[in-house]
Every structure is written in C-alpha cells, then in structure tokens.
Design a protein around this ligand. Structure first.
Ligand code: HEM
Length: 228
C-alpha cells in the first residue's frame, strides 16, 4: 500500500522516504531499519552526553580544562559568537576527545553484545559449537584494573599517556571497543563523537550554571565510580 503513496519531494528526500522508494525492501525491513536507527543512533548518543555531564560535574578540574579548550576555540578571531564551528575547530579539541573516550570507557552504553557462532569456532582451548550464542562483555574489559589503572575513576588524562595510545584506537583496539568491532561495527561512531563534542562545546561555553552545579555535586558520593 505504501508503494502507491505519492511522496512529496521533501518527504522523499528523508531516510524513510528513500527506504519506501526501495522496491526490494518489505515493510518489515523498513520498520526494522527505522527502529534500529532511532534506538541505535539516538539513545546511545544522548545517554553518552548525559554521562559526560555527570562525570564532569564531579570532576571540576576536567571541567575547567574542557572550558579552557572551548573558550580558546571560541575566542579565535574567525569564531565570532554567532558563527558555527568548523571542521578545523573540531580537530582542535584534544582534551574533549579524551573526555569522550573516558566517558565511553567508564559509562559505555553498549555494555555487552551478542554473537551466534555460524560454525564451530576454536578459541584457545575451547570450541564454541555452531549455533551457540556468545556474549562479549565490553565493560568487563573497559573496567579491568589490570588494563586501566584506577579503572573506576573518571580520568580523561589517562588517554594522553603514551602507553595508552595504541589501546585508544576505538576502531580496532581489542582493549577499547565502545562501538563494537568487526562486521557489525557501529556505522554512526564518527557522527556520535562529533555530536558529543559539539554538545560539550555549547554546553560548557553557554551555561554558567554548569560550573555552579559542579561545586554543589562534589559533596555527593557518586554511586559507582570514583573521581580524581
Ligand atoms: C555514543 C554513541 C554510540 C554508541 C556507544 C554506539 C555503539 C554501538 C555498538 C557497540 C554497536 C555494535 C553492536 C553489535 O556489534 O552488536 C553499534 C551498532 C550500530 N550503531 Fe551505534 N553507537 C552509537 C551511536 C550511533 C549513531 C549516532 C548511529 C546512527 C546514526 C548508530 C547506528 C548504529 C547501527 C545502525 C548499528 C548496527 C550495525 C550493524 O548491525 O551492522 N550508532 N553501535
């Protein structure tokens, strides 16, 4: 029935419009795609932003450094107040990237994934029989004290340490994979990181109450992690 609808060009330009024009996709596939995008692309990024704010409000030193980085970007002559940020600005946010990486490590949204063995798989001394499900726990690695010293502390500076640079590659590192890995690697990873960086920029440069909040929340004990 939807194939007979006459989409206006505006509707046809959107993701849903494009999918509906695709003859080979059934309604179920289109619905599945949209639901996937809504949950995979929305909740994940929004909750990561939320965690970043939470961690930062408990770590005034990190918040101050973040504010300094963004104030300096904002104060460049080219960045008059009403102007949008550029790609170059985004590339000049090294500490912001550390905050994002640390937020994804400590407060990662994708705690575990699921895989089905399509054939018998030999792994070290084990054989995973065809048809078995395997649940890799990303957070077990991200919060492992043997891999991350002070694993339960929010410490964005750890990502500046030379020994963590190889580990830090979130596209391929076996020790840091907030966006999964392999064939199902998150296609929205770059977009999510960009959105979070932009959100942090406007958040720290626009809202003074944020700083106030950081001073009052220092007195509370965070439920599951430490702050340095
Ligand atoms: C901080 C934000 C995000 C996190 C932490 C995240 C994390 C992940 C992870 C771990 C996977 C792999 C799932 C698996 O292997 O089973 C995944 C898959 C996926 N993500 Fe993201 N994601 C984020 C943002 C986004 C955004 C912004 C989009 C789209 C705009 C998106 C779209 C998807 C889709 C469509 C898949 C499924 C890929 C597939 O099955 O082949 N994600 N994401």
């Amino acid at each position: 029935m939807r194939r007979q609808q006459n989409l206006s060009s505006k509707e046809g330009d959107g993701v849903l419009g494009r999918l509906m024009e695709e003859e080979s996709l059934g309604d179920d596939a289109v619905a599945d795609f949209i639901i996937n995008l809504l949950f995979a692309g929305n909740e994940t990024t929004a909750k990561t932003m939320l965690f970043a704010v939470y961690f930062l409000t408990h770590c005034p030193r990190a918040m101050k450094q973040l504010l300094d980085e963004h104030s300096s970007i904002r104060s460049r002559p080219i960045n008059r107040e009403e102007e949008l940020l550029t790609w170059q600005d985004y590339k000049a946010m090294p500490f912001t990237q550390c905050v994002i990486d640390e937020t994804l490590r400590l407060g990662g949204i994708a705690i575990w994934l699921m895989r089905e063995a399509k054939e018998d798989v030999k792994y070290q001394d084990y054989v995973i029989p065809k048809g078995c499900f395997v649940v890799p726990f990303l957070s077990a690695v991200h919060l492992d004290e043997n891999i991350y010293k002070g694993a339960l502390s929010f410490n964005p500076w750890r990502w500046m340490e030379p020994e963590n640079q190889e580990k830090r590659n979130w596209r391929s590192s076996p020790l840091y994979s907030p966006f999964g890995g392999g064939a199902r690697f998150c296609p929205g990873a770059e977009l999510a990181r960009l959105q979070i960086a932009l959100f942090l920029h406007y958040f720290v440069t626009s809202y003074r109450s944020f700083i106030f909040l950081s001073t009052i929340t220092q007195q509370t004990t965070p439920p599951f992690c430490n702050f340095i």
